[in-house]
Design a protein around this ligand. Structure first.
Ligand code: GDP
Length: 455
């Protein structure tokens, strides 16, 4: 019915967008199985059900809106990072490092029934170095008899351990009160989940594709590096660069300039860096080295961007090294390996010579405009009505599922919800996506379409 649909049928930016820009960020950190996700569910209370109500849309989401005692904040559930896109287990300390970089305060969860482990101690050292406020949660204290277990965690040196049973809810109110006591009113995390300010770009790609050369070229040739924004660690993390008359924030540049762990676990570390940068960015430039065959690792980075729902521009770098023969193979590789992102603007450039580097700016602008774009419900339905009339869903088992109504439920990236009278096949969804792209553009952004079946 119309009533049901009004939930998702909002148009234009809401006032909440501004508020979201300043909302503080809380990261929930701890070893696997200590109960991080249960605690997050506890904090979110009923809100989580709303999140899950839109299948597909929130699949990879780790940040949620939360509210306690009338204050709103963002909760980051690092539990969702334990297995990353390529199936590698993130090490706890690294996960904590990332979370801390992105948060204004940390809920550090320890399993009181196990006590402090070496890993916990390692995380504690990292948390203390960060200087961020930490609230120590002694979880799995299901009844009063176990409170002694919680008290033993004073030894971690993080102050009072708060006994909690995330599962049953015991003590969670006290923890949240303690959290609000140390949580700043406004976020100081540079652009982590915030909106407004310079647009945030992640420069990505496997080692040696030319990220650092391009960054130097961008920051050097175009008059200024406006500023190096101090991060939470000693290294500058973000860099403000003026390009095409506008200031852009290149996020997580420390990972580009520093030669990070090239030895053991390099892949793992690279993928983690990519993930951190994406969390902070709105748009990614993925560099691909055209002098070499497109590699598995290139495709993985591209896939990480798509999965993160960020806008995407592809920079084909080292164009100066391209000869006729290599060019021929390159185009075939692109067709074969990167068909799924045909929608991404492409810039053939050379960080060394500066060729076409200036073209990155319009490409970024196009991608971001698409990412922000909202198609009015009326227009969307008028268009889909025509499409569906001309190409109805195939009949299966004597039935023909009909498309009833569609709406764009969100932006950044654009997400659509399609209501149908029966199961819509994968192929038909792809067809709808293709037609929506043809009609409305969306160059440079992934789009998501989820289907809800109505009886
Ligand atoms: P990163 O690991 O992605 O930061 O890559 P670097 O920026 O360190 O570049 C790796 C190597 O490729 C260096 O030797 C660069 O000089 C070289 N390089 C980077 N961009 C270009 C380019 O456009 N053309 C050529 N010929 N070499 C490049």
């Amino acid at each position: 019915s119309e009533e049901d649909l009004s939930l998702v049928d909002s148009e234009g930016p809401s006032e909440e967008d501004d508020e979201e820009a300043v909302r503080p960020v809380v990261a929930v950190v701890g070893r696997p199985n200590v109960g991080k996700s249960s605690l997050v569910n506890r904090i979110l209370g009923r809100r989580e059900a709303v999140v899950e109500d839109v299948p597909g849309v929130t699949r990879d989401r780790v940040a949620y809106d939360a509210e306690w005692s009338g204050r709103r904040f963002t909760v980051v559930d690092t539990g969702g990072w334990e297995v990353d896109a390529s199936g590698i287990h993130l090490r706890v300390a690294e996960q904590a490092e990332v979370a801390v970089e992105l948060a204004d305060a940390v809920l550090f969860v320890v399993d009181a029934t196990v006590g402090a482990t070496d890993t916990d101690e390692q995380v504690v050292r990292l948390l203390r170095r960060s200087g961020k406020p930490v609230v120590l949660v002694a979880n799995k204290v299901d009844d009063q008899r176990q409170e002694a277990d919680a008290a033993a965690l004073w030894s971690l040196g993080l102050g009072q351990p708060w006994p909690v049973s995330a599962l049953h809810g015991r003590g969670s109110g006290d923890v949240l009160d303690a959290l609000l006591d140390v949580l700043p009113e406004k976020t100081s995390v540079a652009g982590a989940y915030a909106r407004g300010g310079p647009r945030r770009v992640a420069l990505l790609g496997r080692p040696n594709v030319g990220k650092s050369s391009l960054l130097n070229r961008l920051a050097g040739s175009e008059r200024v590096v406006v500023d190096a924004v101090a991060g939470t660690t000693r290294d500058p993390v973000d860099e403000l660069v003026e390009l095409g008359g506008k200031v852009w924030r290149f996020v997580d540049t420390a990972g580009i300039r520093r030669r990070v762990h090239q030895t053991r676990g390099a892949d793992f570390y690279a993928s983690l860096r990519t993930q951190t940068a994406l969390e902070k960015a709105e748009v990614a430039v993925v560099l691909i080295d055209v002098s070499e065959p497109i590699a598995e690792q290139d495709i993985r980075v591209v896939q990480q961007v798509v999965d993160s729902g960020r806008a995407l521009v592809i920079g084909y770098n080292k164009w100066d090294l391209l000869d006729e023969e290599r060019r021929h193979y390159l185009e075939r590789e692109i067709e074969r390996e990167l068909v799924q992102i045909q929608w991404a603007p492409r810039v053939n450039l050379s960080a060394s010579t500066g060729r076409n580097v200036a073209r990155l700016v319009p490409a970024l602008e196009t991608a971001l405009a698409s990412w922000d774009r909202r198609v009015p419900t009326g227009r969307l339905n008028a268009f889909l009505g025509e499409v569906v009339a001309a190409h109805p869903h195939p009949v299966r088992g004597g039935k023909q599922p009909r498309i009833l109504f569609a709406t764009q439920a969100g932006t950044r990236p654009p997400t659509f919800v399609v209501f149908a009278s029966g199961f819509i096949e994968h192929g038909y969804r792809r067809f709808l996506e293709r037609r929506i792209r043809e009609e409305f553009g969306f160059e440079g952004t992934p789009i998501e379409i989820s289907v809800r079946v109505r009886e």
